[in-house]
Design a protein around this ligand. Structure first.
Ligand code: PAF
Length: 281
């Protein structure tokens, strides 16, 4: 696996592979990889002639009081995993390479970025949209792979790609879970043993609501209340949000007339976990 720290190097790699007629699949990450990431790589490997991954902990998408400095990092382990899963080239830029002195352009998708995680993390999706635009411009992939666990991120990126006519197909890959249902996340390592034991309640409460919706409940408020009620009884958990929003535009929804996103964010101490499920009607 080729490791490129410089934009010019990864561009050169992609240009050569495209010259050989290969489609390029791209898996952008912030590292500290888990099975959620390797599922993205496996999907890209199955669908594309060449696979590029990136590891870049993007300072732009962290708020001033968030965990940028403490975000878990383990480059050697990540590099080995990506190599094992068949990634052809890894783009591993420094902050200076991505945001040289004087950098000042940002990309915003305000319609979708102001609710759910965007409300509790102002500026987060602006940082994501900006770095993903840069990564797409640098790598110029044919397809890019993102986890459905970050459902709002996927919708923001799809809208940005559509609005700005970016020539890349966005592929959303189903959430990978631990055996007890907890969604894989690099932040799960922050959980204490007690918090880890409680955390599967997030997915269980989403599944319960999905079952009730499938059984005919159409009142979004009642479904949200059900989930909130379940979560509020969990020791040490504090609800950031539980909401049902329309797809793909994330508008507030009172009645379920078409598939909708039930999404939540819950804090266990300092660790904020997110999860979601699509309510089929
Ligand atoms: O989902 C992530 O890991 C990040 O938000 C992404 C897409 C790599 C952008 O920094």
């Amino acid at each position: 696996m080729l490791i490129c720290e410089k934009i010019a190097e990864i561009r050169d790699f992609v240009r050569k592979r495209k010259g050989q007629g290969k489609t390029v699949g791209f898996v952008p990450t912030m590292g500290y990889l888990h099975r959620g990431h390797t599922a993205l790589v496996e999907r890209a490997r199955g669908e594309c002639g060449a696979v590029v991954a990136s590891i870049f902990v993007n300072p732009l998408q962290f708020g001033p009081k968030e965990d940028f400095a403490e975000y878990p990092r383990d480059f050697d382990r990540d590099r080995r995993m990506l190599e094992e899963y068949g990634v052809d080239a890894l783009f591993y830029p420094s902050v200076g390479e991505m945001y040289p002195c004087g950098f000042c352009t940002h990309v915003e998708v305000p319609g979708l970025a102001g609710c759910l995680c965007g409300r509790s993390r102002p500026g987060h999706f602006r940082g994501v949209a900006t770095v993903v635009t840069k990564l797409f411009n640098i790598v110029q992939p044919d397809r890019a792979y993102f986890g459905q666990k970050d459902a709002q991120q996927v919708l923001v990126i799809k809208k940005m790609v559509e609005d700005l006519n970016m020539p890349v197909e966005i592929v959303a890959v189903p959430t990978v879970r631990e055996e007890d249902g907890l969604a894989m996340s690099s932040r799960n390592v922050y959980l204490s043993p007690d918090q880890r034991a409680e955390a599967p309640v997030l997915y269980r409460s989403l599944q319960e609501a999905a079952r009730v919706a499938a059984g005919g409940e159409r009142d979004a408020r009642r479904l949200v209340e059900m989930v909130r009620d379940r979560l509020s009884r969990v020791n040490g958990a504090s609800i950031d949000y539980v909401e049902i929003r329309s797809l793909p535009d994330l508008k507030e929804t009172e009645r379920l007339d078409s598939p909708a996103l039930l999404a939540l964010a819950v804090r266990f101490g300092k660790t904020r976990l997110i999860d979601n499920i699509v309510l089929e009607v």
